[in-house]
Design a protein around this ligand. Structure first.
Ligand code: ARG
Length: 482
């Protein structure tokens, strides 16, 4: 390698903000425009990647020493310098400079300030293009793990709640009209299943996130004999990218993550919608913990479900981020383009939104209180056991289509009298169908109706308890790393 003598000449271009020489300044003849410097800088947001940037640089330095591009002593100086910089940043004692553009060059410039000439060797065999792709992958991997932990905690809470309310009867709805009795526990386990698939999608996306781009350099690879597998091992990646052009340019892994995130938010938003409905005076099915609600500045009686409302509202921004990232990528020719700098803010905000929403729901939902008398009373309104009556008639030899018709008439009679089916006298029911016997009332109770749906996936308390046990087994296996 030839010795670079440019360092003792004045650099040809400088920062408008500080007058400092640009790390890439050699071929430029005038300072960067002050506005352009700010417009193109990403340090205000990508400084959030500093831990990953340092982690990636340290692995790169260790690998460079292993293949003999750096001496062990040089690598050691770089590692220590980077450790010190991490401490500076963590202590908020780091001077972030817009003139240094992004997190990568802020840290590299500071390293050179701290350890001198040796610091200039860190960037050997590397580009910011493969560096930033590595940083985002490391950051997203850790973020996915944080999100998965919160999903699991929320699921555990839902399972406990489902067990507590396994026998609680409530109306199940289709078209938001009373349909059939279900158990509250069954409803909570429906939410659990949504989250289970969300977790699966995130785990699947994580496999494609966890690939090392470093070694792709700017776009074509590098002539240095890098040991990419070693770097991957140091950073905990499952493998190395197979194509340098692809590795520095594509952000499909971020898009895929955001799609899974949007789906998760869609699920939380549906849950939020139900929570908001259920807390209303019209439903009055549940009470949310006071610490999760707020009052009105004018209406003294109000207890507003702000947290579910906000989660429902925040779903929109995550959908928006998915659209941003898809659009960001769609017209980019290979390989890296500066467009990709725009991937970070949507990604960061997606993760923040998920973490906040999951944290809130994971504590709020398991601690809600079910107003069992109200859910039961609501089930008794709205003829929720009409299907049970039809099924009963089928058991007595009536064809289902005829039974449907008969029960329809019974509903009309009950409606006229303003009573529930179970409140009709036996003689009245028998006048509608002679097939009715005096054992009919057991099937007309909401509890009997729910208990009868005792098959896998059904709403019966016994099934809820079975699914609770199975879910606990699955969650235990996950936390034991099985
Ligand atoms: N700040 C840039 C980004 O976020 C880093 C990569 C810059 N690479 C370049 N060739 N200008 O994408």
């Amino acid at each position: 390698m030839t010795q670079d003598s440019a360092h003792d000449k004045p650099a040809a271009t400088t920062s408008a903000a500080t007058g400092e020489a640009k790390l890439w300044g050699g071929r430029f003849s005038e300072p960067t425009d002050a506005f352009v410097e700010r417009f193109t800088a990403s340090v205000d947001f990508d400084r959030r990647l500093y831990r990953e940037d340092i982690q990636g640089s340290q692995a790169h330095a260790r690998m460079l020493a292993r293949v003999g591009v750096l001496t062990e002593a040089e690598a050691e100086q770089i590692l220590q310098g980077l450790d010190a910089i991490r401490d500076e940043i963590a202590a908020d004692a780091f001077d972030w400079q817009v003139g240094r553009e992004d997190v990568h060059m802020n840290i590299e410039a500071r390293l050179i300030e701290r350890i001198g000439e040796v610091g200039k060797k860190l960037h050997t065999g590397r580009s910011r293009n493969d560096q930033v792709a590595t940083d985002i992958r490391l950051w997203l991997r850790a973020s996915i793990d944080d999100i998965l932990r919160l999903i699991r905690a929320y699921q555990e809470g839902l399972v406990d709640l489902a067990e507590r309310e396994a026998d609680t009867v409530m109306p199940g709805f289709t078209h938001l009209q009373t349909a059939q009795p279900v158990t509250f526990g069954h409803h909570m386990l429906a939410w659990y299943e949504m989250l289970e698939r969300d977790a699966e999608r995130l785990c699947d996306a994580r496999r494609r996130v966890n690939i090392l781009p470093l070694g792709s350099a700017a776009l074509a690879g590098t002539p240095y004999p890098l040991d990419r597998e070693y770097t991957a091992e140091l950073l905990g990646f499952d493998g190395v990218s197979r194509n340098s052009l692809d590795a520095v340019s594509d952000r499909d892994f971020a898009i895929e993550f955001t799609a899974a995130a949007a789906t998760l938010m869609m699920h939380l938003s549906r849950q939020a919608e139900e929570l908001v409905l259920w807390t209303s005076a019209q439903f009055a099915f549940i009470e949310l913990p006071d610490r999760y609600c707020t009052g009105s500045s004018i209406m003294p009686q109000k207890k507003n479900p702000d947290v579910p409302e906000l989660v429902r509202g925040k779903t929109g921004r995550v959908y928006g981020h998915l659209m941003s990232l898809l659009t960001l990528m769609k017209s980019q020719p290979l390989a890296y383009n500066k467009d990709n700098q725009e991937d970070k803010e949507p990604l960061f905000d997606t993760v923040d939104t998920l973490l906040g929403s999951l944290r809130a729901f994971g504590d709020m939902v398991p601690n809600l209180e079910v107003r069992r008398a109200n859910t039961l009373a609501a089930t008794r309104r709205g003829f929720a056991t009409a299907t049970d009556l039809a099924d009963y008639l089928v058991g007595r030899g009536v064809a289902f289509r005829d039974a449907h018709e008969i029960v329809g008439r019974a509903v009309r009679v009950a409606q006229e009298q303003g009573v529930d089916l179970a409140e009709l006298a036996l003689a009245e029911l028998q006048a509608i169908s002679p097939a009715v016997g005096d054992d009919v009332y057991t099937v007309l109770t909401p509890e009997g109706s729910a208990a009868a749906r005792n098959l896998t996936g059904g709403t019966a308390p016994e099934q809820v308890r079975r699914q609770v046990a199975a879910a606990r087994e699955r969650l235990r296996g996950l936390s034991a790393g099985r």
